[in-house]
Design a binder for this molecule. Structure first.
Ligand SMILES: Cc1cc2nc3c(=O)[nH]c(=O)nc-3n(C[C@H](O)[C@H](O)[C@H](O)COP(=O)(O)OP(=O)(O)OC[C@H]3O[C@@H](n4cnc5c(N)ncnc54)[C@H](O)[C@@H]3O)c2cc1C
Length: 387
């Protein structure tokens, strides 16, 4: 089928947490928007993700990325209220905080250094020695080197956040088309004016690529070389009526998050070598469960609920790409959020909406510009959580 099927102002490719957050903010700003999703909303990386708003636990150094995370985290309490009011859906924001448990002397030293720069940057970060940690966390096995407590790093339940964003955006007029992939761009005089799907064309004044790990492949159709690539992450859910702790416990290679619905989320592997294969496998889940039981033995008794796997949108320098694509009128990028797309969804939605409505973005987007010089992360700076 050919011909124009839909016409919109802003067309968002990808209905993950990033695409839906952009759709919501655009709708709030009065922009007519449409989301095109090749499968179902939130069914990819967003569904597999843990939901940590880890603006401190995930950040290895001060700088623009850290500041972006802090700004985004601060938006969630209000966002939760707004979305609940519009959609009746609660993203299940939980605020007891995250313990980052040290695994050895080197890890302890790095965490103490992190405490000092994060405190200097005005964030709360409290050191717990082992005795205090045991009295707070009970049967946690690993602590021999202390832990950094980050009381302001929160978490949400991803499927709930996604539903709340999509339902609110829909309520404000956003159109969603699922089970329909974009297969090519519509171009006129060097500008992108829409996309092709097998169901027909979707024409738009602006197109925003928010297709997660697939964004690089899509941009390639225009001859763009984007350093965005899939990084498979595996995790699993356990059933529990009363999770063993209200805190998120995070250590090298493994973290445990108690969810408000009673389930316990255990994550996560980091497997760039898997390419676009998003199936979970027994070996990775076996290693991850051993790590989790070593960290927190009581969870070994909990019934297994489900394995999860998703492709994080990795970026070679660890930073997302946010903003217009220079030289291609009408095309914008919002992708490459890697391990922190849920955390960064709120600020991403906001800045893309600001750009599209002609307002100055509330964050300096220079470090995240599409045409920045990408300096690949070294082994030392890449967070190592692979197994
Ligand atoms: C195991 C694991 C744990 C994680 N934990 C956390 C965490 O605790 N905190 C955090 O902040 N982040 C976490 N993340 C990362 C986070 O989930 C991602 O950064 C985020 O979901 C990316 O969102 P997205 O919308 O860019 O991508 P996705 O959710 O993958 O959405 C992209 C969408 O684009 C669609 N698409 C692709 N190609 C096309 C096409 N041609 N046409 C139409 N649609 C298309 C896809 O079907 C998909 O639905 C985790 C990820 C994993 C895998």
């Amino acid at each position: 089928m050919t011909g124009t099927r839909y016409q919109t102002d802003a067309l968002i490719i990808g209905g993950g947490v990033i695409g839906c957050a952009i759709a919501y903010e655009l709708a709030k700003a009065g922009v007519k928007a449409l989301v095109l999703e090749k499968e179902t909303l939130g069914s990819q990386s967003t569904r597999a993700g843990a939901g940590m708003l880890g603006a401190q636990v995930e950040m290895m150094e001060p700088g623009p990325f850290f500041e972006l995370g802090i700004k985004s985290r601060a938006l969630f309490p209000n966002l939760q209220e707004e979305l609940r009011e519009l959609s009746g859906i609660d993203m299940e924001l939980q605020t007891p905080g995250i313990f980052r448990v040290a695994v050895d002397e080197a890890d302890r030293a790095a965490l103490l250094a992190r405490q000092s720069w994060q405190t200097a940057a005005g964030q709360r970060a409290v050191w717990f020695e082992d005795e205090e940690l045991r009295s707070e966390l009970g049967d946690l096995l690993t602590p021999k080197f202390g832990a950094l407590y980050l009381p302001d790093d929160h978490q949400v339940r991803n499927p709930q956040l996604l539903l709340a964003l999509a339902a609110s955006a829909k309520r404000l007029g956003v159109q969603f088309i699922e089970q329909t992939a974009m297969v090519g761009f519509l171009e006129e005089n060097g500008a992108v004016v829409g996309v092709k799907t097998i169901e027909g064309e979707v024409r738009a004044n602006r197109v925003i690529l928010a297709a997660g790990a697939w964004t690089g492949l899509i941009a390639n159709q225009l001859g763009l070389e984007l350093p965005i690539y899939p990084v498979r992450g595996q995790s699993f859910l356990l059933d529990s009526f009363a999770p063993p702790t209200p805190f998120t416990i995070y250590t090298h290679g493994c973290y445990i998050l108690p969810k408000r619905n009673g389930q316990v989320y255990v994550g996560a592997t980091e497997e760039p070598q898997a390419g676009f294969d998003r199936r979970p496998n027994l070996r990775s889940l076996a290693v991850l469960s051993t790590q989790a039981i070593n960290l927190f033995p009581s969870i070994g008794q909990l019934p297994f609920a489900a394995p999860l796997a998703g492709l994080r949108p990795g970026s070679r320098d660890g930073l997302p790409f946010l903003g217009p694509v220079p030289g291609i009128e009408g095309l914008y990028l919002a992708s490459g959020h890697f391990r922190n797309g849920v955390l960064l969804s709120a600020i991403t939605g906001r800045v893309i909406a600001e750009l599209l409505t002609g307002n100055a973005p509330s964050v300096d987007l220079t470090p995240f510009a599409v045409d920045r010089k990408v300096v690949p992360q070294t082994a030392d700076t890449t967070p190592t959580h692979s197994i």
